[in-house]
Design a protein around this ligand. Structure first.
Ligand code: ADP
Ligand code: ZN
Length: 605
């Protein structure tokens, strides 16, 4: 571990996982994203000295890992359909000669008969199945190709099989074990809590404005913003570009070339913000993503955990903001209904999808510590009282403040307007009436003559619509699930109108964001200007060598350098993430840079 990676300590469960690998005991390792799963198969393969196989679902993912390993001097290769025939042939030859400790393959390549023959001659010691949840239809990323991995156990009875995943509920876990036919596997399940992430759930009022504001807090840093639809990503990316932000959109409707180029520009720090659908993620290994924004509610906590998991994989602090509107859940319900109908899937799939959505919705609306809610969802008790790293524990939520008597009045005005338009219109129309809009439709129904017309004149329509959604979410107002949903009153609405029931509304927060403890710790005694200039040096070297900057050094390494300011190669070797190869390859340049920094007159430092 020191030799190749320059790490000092194993993380929780890595030792047990590595031992299982060395002793060829089947295992299932469940660690959160960024938990360090790859080391668990990389280390045993290096120590055993044979050739181990890694099954991985995406070419981009394997290429990235192999590039990273090569920067550390670790003998690894990836075999995939993207390679020209002669390169592949040469590579197969080298594999046969035992040149590599690890070979990464996609499942379809692994199971091709000529490749299986090659493996017969190796002999293979162990298989690592990365993203193993892909084998289960109960997981959120089922890939039918993975099903065929079931034959590995029969075909290679002497090899051990090690499955790795970040998300696995009981059911998915059991499925992985059954499908892969693991033999009395060692089960290693890590904690799901990502202590270095700060979670915030904020009511969405003015999306563009809110997103710009969040991005401003993370100037020049890597950010991913998730949207529900392709169209949403294109629109938001456009808005951000116009604001001078280096942003691009990413979704499955783009050509493979466009997608690849966007990924690469992001990896090479030429782009700061990717606005994406869920299609973006697995292939991206940039470990210094400092912020993940959800512009709308994800459809399950599994998705949320997976997507927010892409923040702060380097273990440094990162922020996850969910901009939530009750309208999102309604939108998802419709999408789920439609896709179930189109795919003619059984009714239970629909029920399951709805249930997942309902969990996500309560996560967003129940004011409970986010770290606690997430841990408990994944079946792990959360012991810390105040996490110090979520909007609830940081006391940022407006709703937790004193009830505002004005809120009930606002609710009454909205509800009586719904009554005045005879419960025959949707949100858009009701908001127009309340705002006193000079809209053609409003006039043609003579709604400009209603007593509720213009009650909120001069107010922001989006904020007002946000209030309407909150009433729906709190069950104080109904919205039909037809194609053009209408607002309807119910018993609770009447209780509010008659003054029997008080209402509380969440307002968009004044934008004060407290610095968290995490932030302060991570920057303790780091020379910030040195860190920034080391980042620049890293960028230069990366572009000379045609690799993404994070493969040169992680942010964690740069911060450690800016803290220790090493002067000699031995001191440099003590920096987090510096192994033998990087000392030799990169040490001289970085040491010279740090020396130059330290020689500047004290005043400048
Ligand atoms: P996962 O596959 O579980 O999402 P990775 O294997 O990609 O996570 O590891 C995340 C990051 O943490 C990588 O940059 C990896 O090199 C680093 N890492 C792994 N193990 C350790 C360790 N013991 N000490 C320090 N860094 C580690
Ligand atoms: Zn908390």
């Amino acid at each position: 571990m020191r030799h190749y990676w320059g790490y000092e300590q194993l993380r929780p469960l890595q030792e047990q996982a590595i031992r299982a690998g060395l002793e060829q005991r089947d295992s299932l390792v469940v660690l959160p994203t960024g938990g360090g799963k790859s080391l668990c198969y990389q280390v045993p393969a290096a120590l055993a000295g044979g050739t181990d196989l890694v099954v991985s679902p995406l070419i981009a993912l394997m290429k990235d890992q192999v590039d990273g390993l090569r920067q550390c001097g670790y003998p690894a290769a990836a075999l995939h359909s993207g390679l020209p025939a002669d390169t592949r042939y040469a590579l197969e030859h080298e594999i046969r000669a035992g040149r590599y400790r690890l070979v990464f393959v996609a499942p379809e390549r692994l199971l091709a008969s000529n490749f299986l023959d090659l493996l017969d001659r190796l002999p293979v010691r162990a298989f690592a199945i990365d993203e193993a949840h892909c084998i289960s239809q109960w997981g959120h990323d089922f890939r039918p190709q993975y099903r065929r991995l079931a034959l590995l156990k029969r075909r290679f009875p002497r090899a051990s099989i090690h499955a790795y995943t970040a998300t696995a509920t009981e059911r998915v876990r059991a499925d992985i074990i059954a499908q892969l036919q693991l033999d009395h596997p060692t089960m290693l399940v890590g904690t799901f809590d990502r202590a270095n992430l700060v979670y915030r759930v904020i009511p969405r009022s003015d999306l563009d404005q809110q997103v710009r504001e969040i991005i401003r807090r993370h100037k020049d840093q890597a950010i991913i913003a998730y949207c529900i639809s392709r169209k949403d990503t294109e629109r938001l990316a456009g808005v951000l570009q116009q604001a001078g932000i280096r942003a691009a959109c990413y979704h499955a409707g783009l050509s493979p070339d466009q997608r690849r180029s966007t990924q690469e520009r992001f990896a090479h720090e030429q782009l700061d913000v990717i606005v994406a659908t869920v299609a973006f993620g697995m292939g991206i290994d940039r470990s210094d993503v400092r912020c993940v924004i959800h512009t709308a509610l994800p459809k399950s906590i599994e998705h949320y955990q997976q997507e927010t998991g892409r923040a702060g994989r380097d273990g440094l602090e990162a922020e996850c903001v969910l901009l939530y509107s009750p309208a999102d859940a309604i939108r998802w319900e419709r999408l789920i209904d439609r896709s179930t109908q189109e795919a003619e899937r059984p009714a239970e799939t629909l029920a399951a999808a709805r249930e997942l959505l309902q969990h996500m919705r309560s996560f967003a609306t129940v004011p409970e510590c986010r770290h606690k809610s997430l841990s408990e969802y994944f079946g792990q008790p959360y012991q810390r009282g105040d996490c110090g790293a979520c909007d609830v524990c940081l006391g940022e939520r407006a709703a937790d403040a004193e009830a505002n008597p004005e809120d009930t009045v606002i609710a009454q005005k909205i509800l009586s307007c719904v009554a005045r338009v005879e419960q025959r219109f949707g949100i858009g129309h009701v908001v127009k009436v309340l705002c006193g809009s000079n809209d053609r439709l409003v006039r043609s129904f003579q709604h400009d003559r209603l007593s509720t017309y213009g009650l909120f004149r001069g107010h922001n329509a989006k904020t007002l619509a946000g209030f309407v959604y909150q009433l729906i979410d709190q069950g104080l107002l109904e919205r039909t699930s037809s194609d053009r949903p209408l607002l309807k009153l119910n018993a609770a609405s009447r209780a509010v109108l008659s003054g029997e029931r008080a209402v509380r509304l969440v307002r968009p927060k004044p934008r004060v964001v407290k610095a968290t403890e995490l932030d302060a710790d991570a920057w303790e005694s780091v020379a910030r200007d040195l860190f920034e200039s080391l980042r620049e040096l890293r960028r230069q070297i990366a572009s000379e060598r045609h690799v993404p900057p994070y493969l040169i050094f992680s942010d964690a390494s740069l911060r450690d350098m800016a803290r220790r300011k090493p002067r000699t190669p031995t001191e440099f070797l003590h920096v987090h993430g510096v192994g033998e190869r990087k000392l030799k390859n990169l040490g001289p340049q970085f040491l010279a840079h740090i020396a130059a920094y330290c020689q500047r007159p004290a005043l400048e430092q």
